[in-house]
Design a protein around this ligand. Structure first.
Ligand SMILES: Nc1ncnc2c1ncn2[C@@H]1O[C@H](COP(=O)(O)OP(=O)(O)OP(=O)(O)O)[C@@H](O)[C@H]1O
Ligand SMILES: [Mg+2]
Length: 369
């Protein structure tokens, strides 16, 4: 039993990642946790790696461009900021940060393959999400970074991308290709075909020819890329990171929640919190059976009302039971996981008032372990 585990997480986590299937409330919960932490005095940034603008819209902010940080006006001792992920902008600043000279920066920026990289190299978006997380995590302006993931079964792929990239950059074939020697000629050589085929399996398809010159201009910079990539990978597995699965009580959402539990387990990442969101609200204090008995004992409108409430109680009981069985399945893998609940609010979550209402419910729900 761990009371208010959610408060503890908001007070001490350095990274929080919300995941779950589409529409369960990942973005709303990310914002609510951000608000809760800011109210506790922390300087929080919520980054959404989903290209949809739902986060800024939910918080009621206007258009923010690229990686721009937008501060949410808040009467709190802490701060709440939101931002999105601009893949190209993130890659550009990574190049600027790691490049040994301005000339080299310009050379990379002018490389045609580099310019089209965000489209051609599979996994670039994932890698840049990890890189952005690295830079926000190391930004002295923030105490806590909350990552809101997109509605995709593969939403956690970005967690693996740092290692994938580091592995790729350390691969003997890549080392061979970027080694300063006869350079581009290597690619023209027929003997290189099997090597190229092997690389194409790593970087994905037709990106290859361009990748050759790209790797050349990157010569020397890849060490810093790998270093940063591995720092993020480590931070994500440390105690400072807290993973949250958001789910609704529906069978579909719970099947997907099971999938995310397996994914986290496969990635060696521990799950700290389950948020059961969009739960049917409870009316009154009587159980479904008591309401049914009351319906039988009365007549007319009152009986009808008791009958209706009995039905709603049954829905709420069924939702509770589905969540309880998901929690039980999950504790098999993650014994320390806590659970917080929030009901379906009467309105959509589209402004700070509704995010606050959600945050209050989450903070007040007795966390169960
Ligand atoms: N507790 C709640 N009460 C009422 N409406 C809610 C609640 N939680 C989420 N919603 C609504 O459900 C919709 C989806 O919420 P949200 O965008 O937070 O989910 P998401 O998991 O991030 O979705 P996506 O997978 O599309 O990114 C929104 O319209 C939001 O207002
Ligand atoms: Mg979302």
């Amino acid at each position: 039993m761990s009371e208010q585990r959610i408060i503890e997480i908001c007070q001490s986590a350095k990274i929080i990642v919300t995941c779950g299937t589409g529409g369960v409330g990942k973005t709303s919960v990310a914002a609510a946790l951000g608000l809760e932490a800011a109210l506790k005095g922390r300087r929080v940034v919520v980054i959404t790696i989903d290209p949809a603008r739902r986060l800024a819209d939910a918080i009621g902010l206007g258009e923010g461009k690229g990686n721009e940080l937008q501060r949410v006006p808040l009467d709190a001792s802490g701060e709440l900021w939101v931002t999105m992920l601009d893949v190209q902008e993130t890659f550009d600043s990574l190049v600027r940060d790691t490049s040994p000279s301005e000339e080299r920066t310009a050379e990379v920026m002018n490389n045609s393959f580099y310019r089209s990289l965000s489209r051609s190299l599979s996994g670039t978006r994932d890698y840049m999400a990890a890189e952005r997380l690295h830079s926000l995590h190391n930004d002295p302006r923030f105490d806590l970074v909350i990552v809101d993931t997109p509605p995709s079964r593969n939403a956690l792929d970005f967690l693996e991308s740092p290692e994938r990239l580091a592995r790729f950059l350390r691969h003997p074939i890549v080392k061979f290709l970027v080694a300063p020697s006869r350079g581009g000629l290597r690619f023209a050589n027929a003997a290189m075909q099997p090597v190229l085929k092997a690389i194409s399996m790593v970087v994905g398809g037709d990106a290859l020819t361009g990748a050759a010159s790209f790797l050349k201009v990157f010569d020397g910079m890849e060490a810093e890329f790998s270093r940063r990539a591995l720092i993020v990978a480590k931070a994500l597995r440390s105690d400072a990171s807290n993973f949250v699965i958001v789910t609704a009580p529906s069978a579909d959402a719970l099947t997907e929640a099971d999938h995310f539990v397996s994914e986290l387990s496969r990635l060696g990442i521990s799950l700290q919190l389950i948020v059961a969101n969009r739960m049917p609200p409870r009316f009154g204090t009587l159980t479904a059976t008591e309401e049914q008995a009351a319906a039988a004992a009365t007549s007319g409108d009152l009986a009808l009302a008791h009958d209706l409430i009995a039905g709603l109680c049954e829905d709420a009981d069924a939702a509770d039971a589905s969540i309880a069985s998901f929690v039980q399945r999950t504790t098999g893998r993650f014994p320390q996981v806590a659970t917080a609940h929030a009901t379906e609010l009467p309105t959509d979550i589209h402004d700070m008032a509704s995010i606050r209402a959600l945050a209050e419910q989450l903070a007040a729900s007795p966390s169960r372990q």
